[in-house]
Design a protein around this ligand. Structure first.
Ligand code: F0G
Length: 462
């Protein structure tokens, strides 16, 4: 029988108008924004692929839950619903809500890291690494080499390289490593999963060394889906079961509910450890709010609780990944260099390869992001040298990956929107030699990509 089309497992109840602008308007807008898409006004954007964080469409059930917010200062009923959802779906005993993921990262870093510690992980994430550094630690990347190569078509590019890990352990000693920072569906590598086999091995390795694994569960549902699709022994298991198994090998997690849970705000820290829980509760009241709301309204906690049950449904996660693949496959067909395999939360353009005439010192991914916006009003995000920032000596870090991320919000755009995006990327690719490099005119000291400003250069390589 001919392969049949599978449509989204939902229909649309509310729509939000978006505006097509002229090229002239966009040229002015991006110049005024210092060629940084973070500084654009959202109303000047047509299709917003800046991030999949907090930009998702909640379900009618989540919105109904918003009306059931118990806005008590202490002991809100929505907190208990959230606690129950995390216990049931993720399997951790204790939870501390936070305003978003980085709130949880701040707290876990302060609880577990001491000055001079080392935190290995499967590639950095901007806010995660910064909180580890602010707590006195140094992040060490021990992801497999394939993760740094956009063209390496390996199914589990989020995997840990045990040789790199063993070298670190030998060099600094297990006592200097408070925990391993394990990111599900590694964002900066292009939304790439680890395998269950790799995680099991990591867990065995650390049992002997008494090192904890802290999971960044932000996109763990997407990781679980890839395990189901790609790893032998998991085909018939549900995403829900696989997610629980992932968490079972870890000591606790930080979570940004703005991704997998479809929420506009929220996050939490979860753990099975009484002592970590007690310490985290002491800190959350200082930085976020009482331990039964952590900077969130009761209604937000209810939306998260409901989102947790929704996101592990196989049909929901399958539809989400299908749309990302739809866009990715269109670009692959047109021979545009992108990160392969196609990631979980977006399609990542290989700016180094696309803009060979622009050296990395002129921030080719930032330049490509601007060019895409000017062409069609599609907003992406730089994930290269600007995001990587500077080292402790103040020198620019030039990562192997110089990417433009087109992150797809969940349940927000149709595949026709994806067609528009693909057409624009292909157009730009075909006229790539016209794009100019950029020079920084202002940069903040930390997380510079959010607010840095640039101007166009005229200098070109060769
Ligand atoms: N961990 C990962 C893997 C993330 O992608 C993010 C956020 C965080 C932690 C922090 O969570 O934003 O709720 O404080 N990523 C967003 C993005 C910003 O666009 O990828 P947060």
């Amino acid at each position: 029988m001919k392969k049949r089309t599978i449509a989204e497992p939902y229909k649309i109840k509310v729509v939000e108008p978006i505006k097509v602008t002229t090229r002239k308007h966009r040229e002015k807008a991006i110049k005024e924004a210092g060629y940084n898409t973070f500084l654009l006004k959202s109303e000047d954007v047509y299709i917003d692929l800046l991030t999949d964080s907090g930009t998702n469409a909640m379900s009618d059930n989540q919105w109904a839950g918003m009306m059931l917010g118990d806005e008590a200062y202490a002991g809100s009923r929505n907190f208990y619903n959230l606690e129950k959802a995390v216990q049931e779906i993720y399997g951790y005993r204790h939870i501390v809500p936070t305003h978003q993921g980085r709130g949880a990262e701040h707290i876990i870093s302060k609880v577990l890291i001491e000055n001079g510690d080392f935190i290995p992980g499967n590639m950095y994430f901007t806010t995660t690494r910064l909180h580890q550094e602010l707590a006195g630690g140094t992040f060490i990347d021990v992801i497999i080499d394939e993760a740094h190569d956009p063209a390496a078509d390996f199914e589990f590019k989020g995997n840990v390289d045990f040789n790199k890990l063993a070298t670190l352990v030998k060099k600094v000693g297990a006592a200097k490593i408070p925990y391993f920072s394990l990111q599900a569906n590694t964002n900066m590598a292009g939304g790439q999963p680890f395998s269950m086999e790799n995680l099991k091995e990591l867990s065995e390795y650390f049992k002997k060394k008494k090192i904890k694994i802290i999971l960044d569960a932000t996109r763990a549902v997407e990781n679980a889906y890839f395990i189901k699709k790609r790893e032998s022994g998991y085909k018939t298991k549900s995403v829900k079961t696989i997610l629980k198994e992932i968490c079972s090998y870890t000591y606790g997690c930080t979570m940004s509910s703005k991704k997998d849970h479809y929420c506009n705000i929220g996050g939490f820290l979860a753990t099975n450890d009484e002592k970590v829980f007690t310490n985290a509760k002491e800190l959350v009241v200082i930085y976020e709010g009482l331990h039964t709301y952590g900077g969130l309204a009761g209604r937000d906690m209810e939306a998260i609780a409901r989102g947790i049950y929704e996101c592990v449904k196989d049909e929901n996660i399958a539809a989400r990944i299908r749309q990302v693949e739809y866009l990715g496959n269109k670009l692959l067909k047109a021979k545009v260099p992108i990160v392969v395999p196609i990631g979980g939360h977006g399609v990542f353009l290989d700016a180094k390869k696309i803009l060979e005439h622009i050296p990395q010192e002129q921030f080719s991914a930032q330049a490509l992001t601007s060019a895409l916006y000017i062409d069609s009003g599609v907003r992406g995000m730089e994930r290269g040298a600007v995001s990587a920032g500077r080292d402790k000596q103040g020198k620019n870090i030039y990562p192997k990956l110089e990417l433009v991320r087109l992150a797809i919000p969940r349940r927000v755009y149709t595949n026709l929107h994806m067609d528009v995006v693909a057409e624009s990327v292909i157009e730009i690719y075909n006229n790539r030699e016209k794009i100019k490099g950029l020079k920084i005119t202002y940069e903040p000291e930390k997380l510079r990509f959010f607010q840095a400003r640039f101007k166009q250069t005229s200098w070109r390589r060769g």
